[in-house]
Write a protein of this length. Structure first.
Length: 255
């Protein structure tokens, strides 16, 4: 991925050991509030929180699969990125401060050629600014959500939940204290109300539960490694399919 913020780039280049210091430095005096039921809202976070591009790179550093993505700021660069990533692609606004892109009409999916990409770019750039994220389309699967929330009593907690819009509608989520091992991760998944969907529904193939559990374990390690430097982390959706899972969007809120 490209064009990450300077602080994010520094943290990602030096790896996990220095990521704590970089996370803390990003706050720059802004107050950060974590919603108790772990839906991160725009009004609750600082404008300099790490959004999707930097957030995906952080996840990848801890071994969590992510979609290929690049941040660009012109239609020509968007087309070049799509050619590198492979069609079809998703186009999303990367405007600073926009955390829930769909709520501002900032997401275009399934763009299968240069003409559709150019039209989508013109629309997003005209309304939300020229900075956009070009990303690979995730395959079909069940949308889950993963997260880390800082509890004032227990410290960091790892969350597994129904993803997409269901995270707010169903509030189907389970929490655990890290570190979480593979067996415990599978147990968290088993306790979700949407768990039967992972076995396949209406002819859909079952999801790779071991891959999802591995992602939960990776997130658990991240939570332990970053500790108090991390106020919240939101991965939504994590698409779980028969060939594994992949994080599509990520938001990191430093403490």
């Amino acid at each position: 991925m490209h064009e990450t913020s300077p602080a994010g780039s520094r943290a990602l280049r030096v790896g996990r050991g220095a990521c704590i210091a970089a996370c803390s430095a990003l706050v720059l005096g802004y107050a950060v509030t974590v919603v108790a039921w772990f839906v991160v809202r725009p009004e609750d976070i600082a404008f300099n929180a790490w959004s999707t591009p930097d957030g995906l790179e952080v996840l990848a550093d801890w071994g969590i699969p992510v979609v290929a993505a690049e941040v660009v700021a012109s239609p020509e660069a968007a087309r070049a990125a799509a050619e590198r990533i492979g069609w079809p692609v998703a186009l999303k606004t990367a405007a600073p401060g926009v955390t829930h892109k769909s709520e501002v009409g900032g997401v275009r999916l399934g763009l299968d050629g240069p003409e559709r990409l150019a039209a989508a770019y013109d629309d997003l750039a005209g309304r939300l600014g020229p900075r956009v994220l070009v990303a690979a389309m995730a395959g079909p699967g069940v949308e889950l959500a993963l997260g880390v929330v800082a509890d004032p009593q227990f410290g960091p907690l790892v969350m597994v939940a129904a993803g997409g819009v269901l995270i707010e509608v169903l509030r189907d989520r389970r929490f655990a204290l890290p570190p979480v091992d593979h067996r415990q991760a599978l147990g968290l998944l088993d306790r979700l109300a949407v768990r039967p969907l992972l076995d396949g529904a209406r002819g859909a193939p079952p999801a790779d539960l071991d891959a999802v559990a591995d992602a939960v374990v990776g997130l658990s390690t991240l939570a332990v490694d970053l500790g108090p430097a991390l106020a919240a982390l939101d991965v939504n959706p994590l698409v779980a399919g028969p060939d594994g899972c992949v994080a599509v969007d990520a938001l990191v809120v430093p403490a």
